[in-house]
Design a protein around this ligand. Structure first.
Ligand code: GLU
Length: 552
């Protein structure tokens, strides 16, 4: 039996050979230095924050070099696959506006000439490469069952030997073709393993673009490349995909650094061109003084969807991510406040070598800042989009009160020091509910009166103010002037300086009186500019609120 016949026997019905696929994809016509990168998430759980992190990094590495950014779905672990896993990934990249140049658009459709971009659709390709490896004696079928592997492990542990299927422990690598054929004919199941040529005693140095020079022993473990079900392992699949998709830079989490020796061996034995690697540090979290990786299981903030739910603008999330990706981003942003984030010259040198702490406070600050710089109309559009998905009650209010909402967002917006009290779109209702008649009536509970608390005195101030001093058409100066006049009439100091000199001469001061008006209208002792609030509410509503207070 020739090796070709042997390969045919082990992998029947494989339509094309390796060369067919190598000729199928055109050489990319890119300028010198263009980077071809990919994000390759597995659809096995909610979309992790790390996927966005990596997506943004890839997008900018590609954009700043006129390169290509690919989305590839690595769904070879079908046991752990989530039913909507692929859709969630596509949705997250869409929602966060991280467009990819090539990849799936849905389960069925895709864009780009180097696909399929979903690994489960590439089975034939992996089989063709495996056949080539069998022909060249670079891989072999292995019948080792889970129980046998467990026995080997126990044996190795007992002798304090390195654990794994390698060297003399890798029994199936010594099977003859005849023995294999016989066992296959008997119906035994088999996977394909690498026939490693590595020597564990040999040290190799590799230059990772983020970690710098890393030294490790050569791989000598005969890892599984193609599983019994015909699906490849990550190791095998990504090496072939990156090659056929002509990826230039493999950017991935540093949990893969330890498998790099295997990947380098695969690249070598398959005769593939070398590719750069960037192993990036994960986002960390500090808990009880201990640093650990942001975990899918324990940390809600690891779930990309959480930020959408909270109403943190996607722009703020991306700004935050970029500060983590490159330490000089904030400085650049300071100098270029209005530039698109993708114009930032991302660099390998400035990437974090060890994990950065996930900093929610910083994200919130960026969010506040971003919202404060939007126009009132933009805030309205964005908060509507958020409320539509997450707060139907607020959504109805917004739709029924468009003008009032925009006018509210307009208060102290614009100018050099805009107000920054909205931390997210999800937080706006808590700052503005009292502007809506209906919500005010429903939610008014604790009137936060401060210095002046006597209900009779409060009622007196409200009545006199409305009857003798309030005029809807007054400008802000006149409006305030009149409040002061009222203070003089009622025995409150209209001049703070005088009040401070002789407080005993007064019942209180103009700030205390303004607070009474403010609290009666909003229940809150602190609000944005009261004059603006009163202008928006209008005479009738002010009267209604004062009247309703009088009845308490
Ligand atoms: N599917 C792998 C993961 O989710 C991708 C790693 C890579 O980018 O190569 O970790």
């Amino acid at each position: 039996m020739t090796r070709e016949e042997y390969a045919d026997f082990l992998l029947p019905n494989v339509e094309h050979d390796r060369a067919y696929y190598e000729n199928l994809y055109p050489k990319r016509n890119l300028k010198e230095g263009a980077r071809v990168v990919r994000v390759a998430p597995s659809p096995t759980g909610f979309v992790h924050f790390g996927t966005l992190f990596q997506g943004l990094m890839d997008r900018s590495l590609a954009t700043t070099s006129d390169g290509v950014f690919i989305l590839r779905i690595e769904d070879t672990d079908q046991k752990r696959e989530l039913e909507t896993g692929i859709e969630q990934i596509l949705d997250a990249l869409l929602v966060y506006d991280i467009p990819y140049d090539e990849g799936p658009i849905s389960r069925e459709e895709e864009k780009g000439k180097y696909g399929p971009y979903i690994q489960s659709k590439r089975k034939d390709i992996y089989a063709a490469f495996m056949k080539d490896m069998i022909i060249h004696d670079l891989a072999y079928p292995s019948f080792a069952t889970a129980e046998e592997l467990e026995e080997i492990r126990k044996f190795q542990e007992g002798r304090k030997a390195r654990v794994g299927y390698y060297g003399k422990y890798a029994k199936d690598r010594y099977l003859s073709m005849e023995e294999v054929v016989e066992r296959v004919k008997k119906g035994e199941k088999y996977a394909f393993r690498l026939k490693s040529r590595g020597d564990f005693e040999n040290k190799v140095t590799y230059h990772d673009l983020v970690k710098g020079d890393v030294e490790f022993p050569e791989n000598d473990v005969d890892y599984v490349l193609l599983k019994e079900d015909g699906l490849p392992t990550y190791h095998f699949a990504h090496v072939i995909d990156d090659y056929l998709m002509q990826v230039t830079h493999v950017v991935r989490g540093d949990e893969w650094l330890s498998s790099l020796p295997l990947h380098l061996e695969l690249i070598k034995v398959l005769g593939l061109p070398s590719v750069h690697h960037l192993h990036t540090a994960p986002l960390m979290k500090e808990e009880d003084g201990i640093r650990r990786k942001l975990s899918k299981r324990k940390d809600p903030e690891a779930n990309v969807y959480e930020f959408k739910k909270q109403g943190i603008p996607k722009e703020a999330v991306k700004e935050y991510l970029m500060t983590v990706i490159n330490s000089n981003f904030e400085e650049w942003r300071g100098e270029n406040p209005t530039k698109d984030i993708l114009e930032f010259p991302i660099s390998f040198e400035k990437m974090n070598v060890s994990g950065a702490l996930f900093d929610m406070e910083k994200m919130i600050n960026l969010s506040k800042n971003f919202i404060s710089l939007l126009s009132a109309e933009e805030v309205y559009e964005r908060v509507c989009a958020w409320a539509k998905d997450f707060d139907s009650h607020f959504y109805t209010l917004l739709k029924e009160n468009k003008e009032l909402s925009i006018a509210t967002y307009q208060i102290e917006r614009g100018g050099v020091k805009p107000r920054k009290d909205y931390t997210s779109f999800g937080d706006i209702y808590s700052h503005t509910w009292y502007m809506y008649q209906e919500a005010f009536d429903e939610e008014k509970k604790n009137y936060e009166f401060d210095k002046i608390t006597d209900p009779e005195e409060i009622k007196k101030i409200l009545t006199i103010y409305l009857e003798s001093y309030y005029e809807e058409s007054d400008d802000q100066e006149t409006w305030f002037q009149k409040i002061k006049e009222m203070c003089d009439q009622l025995g409150y100091a209209s001049n703070m300086k005088e009040y401070k000199q002789n407080p005993e001469n007064y019942k209180g001061n103009v700030a205390d009186v303004s607070t009474v008006l403010r609290v009666a209208l909003t229940t809150k002792s602190r609000t944005p500019n009261l004059y603006d609030i009163m202008q928006i509410l209008g005479h009738e509503e002010i009267k209604r609120r004062f009247d309703s207070f009088q009845k308490i």
